[in-house]
Design a protein around this ligand. Sequence first.
Ligand code: COA
Ligand code: AMP
Length: 624
Amino acid sequence: MGAYQDVFTASLADSSAFWAEAATAVDWTRKPQRILDDSRPPFYRWFPDGELNTCANALDRHVEAGRGEQAALIYDSPVTGIRRTYSYAELLEETARCAGALRALGVERGDRVVIYMPMIPEAVISMLACARLGAVHSVVFGGFAPNELAVRIDDVRPKLIITASCGIEPSRVIEYLPMIEDAIGLATHPPMHCVVVQRNGYHRDIARGRDVDWAEMMAEASPVDPVPVAATDPLYVLYTSGTTGKPKGIVRDNGGHAVALQWTMRHIYDISPGDVFWAASDVGWVVGHSYIVYGPLLAGATTVLYEGKPVGTPDPGAFWRMINDYSINALFTAPTALRVIRKEDPDANHLAGWDLSSLRNLFVAGERLDPDTYHWAVEHLQIPVIDHWWQTETGWAIAANPMGLQEFPVKPGSPTKPMPGYDVQILTEDGTESEPGREGAICIKLPMPPGTLATLWDADDRYVSSYLSEHPGYYLTGDGGRIDEDGYLFVMGRTDDVINVAGHRLSTGAIEEVLATHPSVAECAVIGVPDAIKGQAARGLVVLKAGADDEDLVTDLVKMVRDEIGAVAAFRLVDVVPALPKTRSGKILRKTLRGIAAGRDEPMPSTIEDASVLAALRAILTRG
Ligand code: COA
Ligand code: AMP
């Protein structure tokens, strides 16, 4: 048996012993005596009597251990030309002061703070400062529109919002303050204060009284010590798209999260203290939470915050320049980023001149790594390219090739094997565990390991109905797939109405809700269709009301989605169709629509009786 098999088997045979051992890598203010509380299934709590502070584990203890001068955070912003490195001592100093300032504004343990920010160091400092106080942060991705921000504000009810004067995209400046104003106007539970980081050269007027200037706040603040919290206290709430328009607030605890992430840094990513780890994602996504902010810092590594794109800032050599400049040891990105680099630089000419000898592994996740992109990356980088599969809900990889434990030969198209603690099963429709090779719903037998979601914010019932009811005793991932005879998992895609555009998770239901409000639209459906670069794109199909005018319709609908959901939806494809296929009970058959749009010969239901209508619908769908 190899190292992996021993570890994996041990993790399932005696999960308490396994995670108790992993928990010794964390500094506890009260060491947990109980490892798993399984007294209230399907709710499970890890380390129920443990007490710790996540920020102290990410910063203070490294400084105390003599690593204060080591780089903790490297900020590189090609969109502004700014580069800055924070040592552990500096990052701790800023974070402790920020925590003091937040406390002076009334933030205490258990209070929520919404963070709506671009990729600047203050975003990381704000998150860590919340953790230091035992407050709960909820980061909202900057590409979401005010309405989406308002929905999250009303759900999580923050005491304050931390934001910046603007975000800087290569094509334009994103003005945050008008969006904050709109969101606060829409929200029924507005925060008491907004803290605003004024970006260099982009000072904006703020509403004195309610609004607080970050720099002034920091100048007056005194540093505060970390507040010990229960391991089961929430560290953050991160909203993600479900099948409906209402996002799900994934709740992450402190203790399980710290234990699990540390385990992954060493065993999955092969990262030790002092190594440089770069997750080219955004702090608004789970990858940013786990692997820009918490994972690398918990591990005593150096993390990288990159405010740029894979291409255009300034060219497709941007990632290679970063690796060269900071001697990066591991890069984590989304397959989309590799596809867009490859499109602009198919022969990877932009690699020339950069020293990539520090880079040991390239990790990808967020969407399926297609074999073509895999082969391209391996050919040009000549290092292991590791696909791994996970979700906002789990916070860390469900399946991976654990490079710090045992490297497996890669099977392109597979994220390799289940990670410790994840009893992955493929369930058939009647809920039985299926044998190797058969496709079905990918489920995880409960309990899931530490670090996975504890529940949904203020919605225990929805947590159960969304994930745990379909197959009692199992967590439903929402992905379909199979396990082959060698134990490799193959993830084939979502089985629900969630889509993945450029590694960004979106709800087709949310887009439909926007389209349906247009006065000319009688009914609509939104499906994910294949896109060569972004993996998937959202495509809208609308049926018009009798006599409705469709002039400007497409432009209007595209604008509505951008205004209501945000630029991140990248919604551009809309077609008027004569009818939508439905079940007898009136449910729109999105699966049939997806199948036809993807070129499969799906049978149309008998609810559309007119052959010419059917033919027209087919023609529109297959036109692409
Ligand atoms: N704030 C505000 N707007 C944002 C934003 C942010 N943080 N991020 C993206 N947007 C905007 C973009 O400017 C774009 O607007 P536009 O329609 O006016 O051009 C829109 O949202 C769509 O963005 P995106 O889908 O990211 O497309 P893009 O063309 O800007 O970039 C890639 C394409 C492939 C370079 C980019 O999507 C990428 O780097 N993807 C990697 C995905 C990733 O990191 N996923 C996280 C999981 S690992
Ligand atoms: P998110 O919650 O945004 O991380 O999105 C999670 C979803 O993205 C998963 O349920 C999958 O559908 C998809 N996904 C993430 N990583 C992978 C991967 N490595 N392979 C296939 N699909 C993936």
